[in-house]
Design a protein around this ligand. Structure first.
Ligand SMILES: NC(=O)c1ccc[n+]([C@@H]2O[C@H](COP(=O)([O-])OP(=O)(O)OC[C@H]3O[C@@H](n4cnc5c(N)ncnc54)[C@H](O)[C@@H]3O)[C@@H](O)[C@H]2O)c1
Length: 358
């Protein structure tokens, strides 16, 4: 019997999408995964990374439309860390509707041009394109704050009966009404907002939990993130939803109401390298002070690739099992703002049970 594949459409062919595409070709066999690491699962419920077939991309950038995904992922302003070469994939990038995906600050910022919106093609009917190409799953990697665009692609996926993986801080899977809508349409949804492989959120969660478990009274905590990619321009200019997902990701697993402040800055020459400074201040035995200041440097986009490669496969597993609506276990492990928050140990166990079909 032919091995089952996952026909994937990329919504937004930016840095995160580019990292995933490169990763699919990087992890061509299990020995690469064993030698190089970087994956949480090589075989996930019967699907290997190379079983993900990127069939289509949707974007609005004039430099990406009409190209193959294998070419579009290298176009400026994409600047993701290079994992490896990608062969021609025969996966065209189609023009989607612009909606709120192209605010002025993403086109020009501090005297530099980032992208121009394609004017040469009318937007395609996304639901029809998904149907025509037998897409199983769509992967949303739109700019933060794309409220309308995210919902447009969500509706298109429901119409075309595709599973939805939402990597951005738009509350979809974690919104009861949206999740119910997906349930009614018979499609699974996973989200919201990547909890990166080793990023500021998961490190901050683990440390804050450790402090609390050891009896420390956390008085103040912040997380300052900076990088030089378009995501960070956008987080500075319209990052309200990311403030919510980051804050909730940490405060939700603590017993006490704890002041947690996320912050963002754009530092042009940092490219895709993200730095996070995490502060936790509190008092311990006898009211004595304790202060932790941590410096973390990561390549930002592979950090989402290491999660999306599993989330897409979990979404297809849910479809294979006839599940619909918000899929809680993988959402809680892979995303900052899932329908239900668990500690990372708990959701890791729930995830493994989900993959095993328990
Ligand atoms: N890097 C990480 O680890 C990480 C973690 C959590 C969440 N995220 C989120 O993932 C999302 C994507 O990040 P990125 O770094 O890939 O951003 P990016 O700016 O590199 O890519 C976004 C892409 O979406 C395209 N786009 C804009 N409007 C569109 C529309 N209407 N239709 C189709 N395409 C459209 C842009 O042209 C661009 O190619 C962001 O919301 C970010 O916050 C990333």
């Amino acid at each position: 019997m032919a091995k089952k594949k996952i026909r994937l459409a990329l919504v937004g062919v930016g840095n995160c999408a580019g990292s995933l595409v490169q990763g699919i070709y990087f992890y061509t066999n299990s020995s690469v995964a064993e030698e190089q690491g970087g994956l949480m699962h090589y075989n996930l419920g019967g699907y290997e990374p190379s079983d993900i077939e990127v069939v289509l991309g949707f974007d609005i950038d004039s430099k990406k439309i009409g190209k193959d995904v294998s070419e579009a992922i290298w176009e400026w302003p994409n600047c993701a860390y290079k994992i490896g070469d990608v062969p021609f994939m025969n996966a065209p990038v189609l023009k989607g509707p612009v909606l709120d995906g192209a605010p002025e600050h993403l086109r020009h910022y501090y005297g530099k041009d980032y992208f121009t919106v394609d004017e040469n093609h009318p937007p395609v009917d996304v639901a029809q394109a998904l149907k025509d190409n037998n897409i199983d799953v769509i992967l949303i990697n739109l700019p933060t704050g794309s409220y309308e665009a995210a919902r447009y692609y969500l509706e298109a996926a429901k119409t075309a009966k595709c599973g939805i993986v939402n990597g951005i801080p738009e509350l979809l899977a974690s919104d009861k009404k949206v999740a119910q809508g997906c349930m009614d349409a018979g499609v699974p949804i996973l989200g919201d907002d990547w909890k990166s492989q080793i990023g500021a959120t998961i490190v901050h969660r683990a440390l804050a939990k450790l402090f609390e478990d050891r009896g420390i009274n956390i008085k103040k905590s912040y997380q300052l993130n900076y990088a030089g990619n378009t995501d960070f321009i956008n987080l500075v200019m319209r990052g309200e939803t990311k403030h919510v997902t980051k804050h909730d990701a940490i405060s939700s697993i603590l017993k006490k109401d704890t002041p947690i402040a996320p912050g963002f800055a754009f530092v042009d020459n940092q490219g895709d390298q993200k730095t996070a400074r995490i502060l936790i201040e509190g008092t311990k035995f006898g009211g004595a002070p304790v202060r932790l200041l941590l410096h973390l440097e990561v390549e930002d986009s592979p950090n989402s690739g290491g999660i999306s490669i599993d989330a897409v496969r979990c979404c297809k597993l849910a479809m294979d099992r006839g599940l619909s609506g918000a899929i809680e276990a993988p959402s809680s492990y892979f995303f900052k703002h899932p329908p239900v928050q668990y500690t990372d140990d708990e959701c890791r166990e729930l995830l493994e049970d989900f993959i095993a079909g328990k």
